[in-house]
Design a protein around this ligand. Structure first.
Ligand SMILES: *Cc1c(COP(=O)(O)O)cnc(C)c1O
Length: 362
């Protein structure tokens, strides 16, 4: 019997079994060093190779040019909500925010605390069922950047294409869809992502930042809060989350062997299509909660006809070996998170369960 569940957790999310097994095999003695990565200096040759490897793989998988630095930071994506306005905005040159969900709101909140944030567009009055249209977005001419959340993990929407910003740098929180699809990094000034959804375990946040944006050393910002500090020290200004970075490296190695981001995107489109096809087939029973044009391929959200049926759905799905399908506590319902580590086969199993459940209870 397979002791592993089919894990649809929204974050931290499932990791590929082969990645976990490799980490297990190397845990006690890494490459015959007689030590675990957990016990090694972050300045050791072994760890520097891991760090450089993770960077190199990221650069090649996302086709990141040498104009960008890649940083591994702590504090989660949430910490970036603070670092971004601190490093780039001021009261006279605020950051502009598109509010498309709970995480976007939290990002904006931190800029507002510093009096450095303005709203460029929001779909909150429509309960975040969609992404704003290009013509609804108002970026003030003095804006320091435009901040977006590329995939809205809680509400289940995703940008299909990204807003045009001309000379204003575009900053994106890609915590829940980085590495899930091909992107043109050159369109962005900064991309950040907590690793625990689509890149590895919790504890490390990847930041991809255009070098020219962080060249200036601003002495008014505390040293560990400056991007410059971490870029100049190759993310070794202080002890980085070594084990998490090691896991990211293993994860990226797995992604390379999978065929890279384009192969993964193909599979992800397929997986999302399998679940959305069911929603479209039984719309009275599986009631999608967002506009069709902005459906997320990572987090699929829907309601059932009653909360009783939702509770039954969760209980029955658990018995079948599925976990993590409960919607976020703020919105309720069901959420199917289809991160990279979820296979097409696992998605099909869930779809079969959903079909039978609907036939029995619809
Ligand atoms: C999960 C998530 C976050 C929060 O990440 P932390 O690492 O917990 O700070 C932020 N933004 C998005 C889009 C997320 O999905």
């Amino acid at each position: 019997m397979n002791p592993r569940k089919i894990n649809f957790n929204p974050g931290p999310g499932a990791l590929p079994l082969s990645v976990l097994e490799k980490a297990r095999d190397q845990l006690v003695s890494y490459h015959n060093t007689g030590m675990s990565i957990l016990e090694m200096s972050h300045r050791s040759k072994e760890f520097e190779e891991i760090l450089d490897g993770a960077k190199r793989r990221l650069r090649s998988l996302l086709k990141i040019s040498e104009q960008y630095d890649i940083l591994f930071l702590q504090g989660g994506a949430t910490h970036q909500f603070v670092m971004i306005p601190l490093n780039f905005a001021s009261t006279d040159r605020p950051g502009a925010y598109i509010i498309t969900g709970a995480w976007a709101k939290k990002a904006y909140k931190e800029a507002k605390i510093l009096s450095r944030g303005v709203v460029a567009a929001s779909t909150e009055s429509e309960k975040f069922v969609r992404i704003p249209k290009e013509e609804e977005i108002r970026v003030p001419p003095n804006a320091a950047y435009l901040h977006i959340t590329s995939n809205n993990t809680i509400f289940g929407t995703q940008y299909e294409s990204f807003p045009q910003t001309s000379s204003v740098p575009l900053i994106a929180d890609m915590s829940s869809d980085i590495m899930s699809r091909e992107i043109d990094v050159n369109r962005f000034g900064l991309i950040y992502a907590g690793a625990q959804k689509n890149l590895g375990p919790a504890g490390v946040t990847v930041v991809i930042v255009r070098k020219d944006l962080i060249q200036r050393i601003d002495e008014t910002i505390s040293t560990p809060l400056r991007y410059q500090t971490h870029a100049a020290e190759n993310s070794l200004y202080n002890t980085p989350p070594t084990f998490s970075i090691y896991m990211v490296d293993l994860y990226l190695e797995w992604l390379e062997s999978y065929g890279g981001v384009s192969a993964m995107e193909h599979t992800n489109n397929n997986k999302a299509q399998i679940i959305y096809a069911l929603l479209d087939r039984f719309p009275e029973f599986y009631r999608g909660t967002v506009d069709e044009d902005h459906r997320s391929r990572m987090n699929i959200t829907f309601r059932l006809p009653s909360e009783e049926l939702e509770a039954l759905f969760l209980a029955e799905s658990k018995k079948s070996g599925f976990v993590g399908l409960k919607g976020h506590r703020s919105v309720g319902g069901i959420r199917v998170s289809l991160y990279n580590a979820i296979t097409r086969n696992e998605t099909t199993k869930l779809a079969e369960f959903m079909k039978v459940f609907c036939e029995q209870h619809g």
